[in-house]
Write a protein that binds this ligand. Structure first.
Ligand SMILES: NC(=O)c1ccc[n+]([C@@H]2O[C@H](COP(=O)([O-])OP(=O)(O)OC[C@H]3O[C@@H](n4cnc5c(N)ncnc54)[C@H](OP(=O)(O)O)[C@@H]3O)[C@@H](O)[C@H]2O)c1
Length: 243
């Protein structure tokens, strides 16, 4: 359903498989989208293939080029109503434990880059448009587990940042949501063996982004919601028995 709106969504890391579905769904809902990514060629092909050019502007954005973030924000064609931070990077835990470069890149993309650009956006009080910031976080950040705690710790930090940002922005009536997501069928997971019964499709997860409401934590899918609640309550001695 297309309810025309003059509102603009800024999606950071928009070449993500989930973000691309969110781009489509925001446009279907009547929003304009600024899709920001370090791979503008791929984004532009996607925009072309889906006939979205009337409503989508693709811009170059690199999460880990921190020094470029202020200029990127200053030069936006319009200041956003909604901001989605979708950029993410993953290396397997074993690699992250033995090769600091991979661990560092996860910290930079999943946490530092988010804080860098979202601080700039959130602290611009002159942007009266801003009404919501959404971060794509992960269930891996809920408890430290031996199979993925380096990646998980970057997502835990991101979720904690978003929770505080929500409090910081409440007086300006700006909502902040953390999507706490389980497995999705996207390119970040290529080569990983994941439980097929738990894998969600990108367009399904995108619906939870586009329809984000008042709750801080949004956990797409009933099975993942149960896993999330159990994980939160489990004593550390039992978490230590999980993979
Ligand atoms: N898939 C899952 O199971 C899962 C679960 C929980 C949370 N998440 C989170 O969901 C978000 C979206 O991931 P996805 O599943 O859609 O995987 P994806 O398709 O691999 O998307 C990740 C995106 O992050 C972008 N990115 C990486 N480094 C960047 C940088 N320096 N600057 C700008 N963009 C950068 C990548 O850009 P390029 O396309 O240029 O490489 C890629 O488009 C991520 O934050 C991910 O951590 C995913």
């Amino acid at each position: 359903m297309n309810q025309e709106t003059s509102k603009t969504v800024l999606i950071l890391g928009a070449n993500s498989d989930v973000a691309k579905q969110a781009v489509k769904q925001y446009v279907e809902t009547g929003f304009s989208v600024i899709a920001a990514s370090r791979n503008t060629n791929s984004l532009e092909s996607f925009v072309e293939a889906n006939n979205l050019h009337a409503k989508v502007t693709a811009l170059y954005f690199d999460s880990i080029d921190f020094d470029s973030h202020q200029k990127f924000y200053n030069e936006l064609p319009v200041k956003p109503h909604i901001v989605v931070y979708a950029a993410g990077f993953l290396v397997e835990n074993e690699k992250a434990l033995t090769d600091f470069k991979g661990a560092q890149q996860m910290m930079q993309v999943n946490y530092m880059g988010a804080v860098s650009i979202l601080n700039i956006i959130a602290m611009d009080k002159s942007n009266k448009n801003l009404e919501r910031i959404i971060g794509l976080s992960s269930l891996s950040g809920v408890r430290g587990r031996k199979s993925n705690f380096v990646y998980g710790s970057t997502k835990a930090a991101f979720t904690t940042y978003l929770a505080g940002l929500r409090q910081e922005l409440a007086s300006r009536n700006i909502k902040v949501n953390a999507l706490v997501i389980g497995y999705i069928n996207t390119k970040i997971n290529v080569g990983l063996e994941l439980n097929k019964n738990l894998i969600m499709e990108p367009d399904y997860v995108a619906k939870f982004i586009v329809n984000a409401g008042n709750s801080f934590s949004i956990v797409p899918n009933f099975k993942w919601k149960m896993i999330y609640l159990i994980l939160k309550m489990l004593p550390e001695s039992l978490v230590a028995k999980l993979p």
